[in-house]
Design a protein around this ligand. Structure first.
Ligand code: SF4
Ligand code: SF4
Length: 438
């Protein structure tokens, strides 16, 4: 019998599973199915395993463990599914069930366990990143050496831009991803500078914490719920204090998690209702750089070919994947280059690449081969996990010859270039006018 999950929870999961008609339309959208060609590692195969567990008909727990632990949780299958199956609910229930059974296979690597722990303490994570960067060249033991190898190099300093415009559009509350704050501070600075330049005031939310997405996807539901409640309380207080027009982020996975808090907290109706009032305010920064008549800022490129690795959760969960594309298409002088397989995950998957490095690299190699077909000079990303993974891909595939950076730093440099060009054109016109004067 499947008594390890509360009765009501299994009933809800079986109701969700019943929406699956086993058509298989989702299979080509799944990175692990594309990698292995095996039904067990497809969305349909995983759903079948959880169904067997929920009905108490599973004979080999190891098969369920294998199926669920190797899922990247990218949720591309949900977008492909014509029946609207909410795969994530099924996956999370299955993973929670495995954790409750103390499944050893699902415990995760030492590095992944540390990552889950540290995500709750962004200050410690930041300190660790600084330390690891300082220890370049010093031999480190296994997991720590891998952690340091994944870190990007010290960021290039951002160019200074024109002074920000008056904040006439209103106030935005800044939700900081713990990994963005620790590893990609320059992208955070660029995002806020872009929003300021577009006329937004940006206020960082006090007492916010990790969004809990990596805990939820790892089956640590209780921890994810605790983090969600802390964030809901922090965001409510900030909205009350500043009267925000929006809650803004630059990390697709974290933003998607905020929008899903009402479902995550659904078993606690009071908290779910509080989360629901906030969810509609959450927006990716790219949506806030677009006005009724186009981009709010001018962007000038440099003759580059720019490919995008859009955050899976921004696309598949928040359904906000078009705003980054529109902005990239608006950069004058650069060419946005879409490629076949663009919507497929890069293999980062929160801590997936720490737990299942071989598979993550197999998925990454497929991604790099796909992106190479359009010969980009630059690959832009909008999620910290994807950022680390794609940089890893660029190091593994130097033949691609593309630099990887966050979309925000790319847009900021393009904006500074456009502002400088406008300023020099204005100066030239003044000079011409002065020469024409008697
Ligand atoms: S979430 Fe991603 S990896 Fe998992 S079954 Fe769906 S498409 Fe495949
Ligand atoms: S999840 Fe959706 S697409 Fe996949 S087999 Fe089930 S019904 Fe078909």
């Amino acid at each position: 019998m499947a008594q390890e999950q509360p009765e009501g929870r299994w009933t809800a999961i079986l109701t969700e599973i019943n929406h699956c008609n086993k058509c298989g339309f989702c299979l080509p959208s799944c990175p692990t199915y594309r990698l292995t060609g095996q039904e067990l590692h497809s969305p349909r195969g995983r759903i079948a395993m959880v169904e067997a567990a929920a009905r108490g008909e599973l004979e080999q727990w190891s098969a369920l463990e294998e199926a669920l632990t190797y899922c990247v949780a990218c949720r591309n299958c949900e977008t492909a599914c014509p029946s609207g199956v909410h795969y994530a609910r099924i996956l999370e229930a299955g993973r929670e069930f495995l954790r409750a059974r103390h499944s050893r296979a699902f415990r995760g690597s030492f590095a992944a366990q540390q990552a889950l722990r540290l995500a709750k303490y962004p200050g410690r994570l930041r300190g660790l990143v600084r330390l690891a960067r300082r220890l370049t060249g010093v031999p480190l033991p296994g997991a720590w050496a891998r952690f340091r190898a994944m870190l990007p190099p010290e960021p290039r300093p951002l160019p200074a831009g024109p002074p920000p415009r008056a904040a006439r559009r209103g106030t935005l509350l800044w939700f900081d991803s713990c990994v963005m704050a620790a590893v990609f501070e320059e992208a955070n600075r660029a995002t806020q500078a872009l929003l300021n330049a577009a006329g937004w005031r940006v206020v960082t939310v006090p007492r916010q914490t990790c969004c809990g997405a990596i805990h939820l996807h790892s089956g640590e539901r209780a921890q994810a719920l605790a983090l969600a409640r802390q964030n809901v309380a922090a965001l409510e207080a900030a909205v009350a204090q500043y009267g925000a027009a929006g809650i803004v982020h630059n990390a697709g996975g974290c933003g998607a998690m905020l929008t899903e808090y009402p479902q995550v907290l659904a078993e606690d109706p009071a908290w779910a209702a509080r989360a629901q009032r906030l969810a509609g305010l959450v927006q990716d920064f790219t949506a806030l750089l677009w006005g009724e008549e186009g981009p709010l800022l001018p962007f000038q490129g440099n003759g580059e070919r720019v490919a995008l690795q859009n955050s899976c959760h921004l696309v598949n969960v928040a359904k906000a994947g078009q705003a980054p594309v529109r902005l990239l298409e608006s950069v004058e002088g650069d060419t946005y280059v879409p490629y076949y397989g663009q919507e497929i995950c890069c293999g980062s998957g929160g801590v997936y690449n720490l737990n299942h490095t071989d598979w993550a690299l197999g998925i990454l190699d497929q991604k790099m081969r796909a992106v190479a077909t359009v010969h980009p000079t630059r690959i832009v990303v909008n999620n910290p996990g994807c950022h680390l993974q794609m940089q890893w891909g660029a190091r593994r595939h130097p033949e691609v010859g593309a630099e990887v950076e966050h979309l925000a730093t790319y847009l900021w440099r393009s904006y500074v270039r456009a502002a400088a060009r406008a300023s020099s054109e204005a100066t030239a016109m003044e000079g011409t006018a002065a020469e024409g004067r008697p």
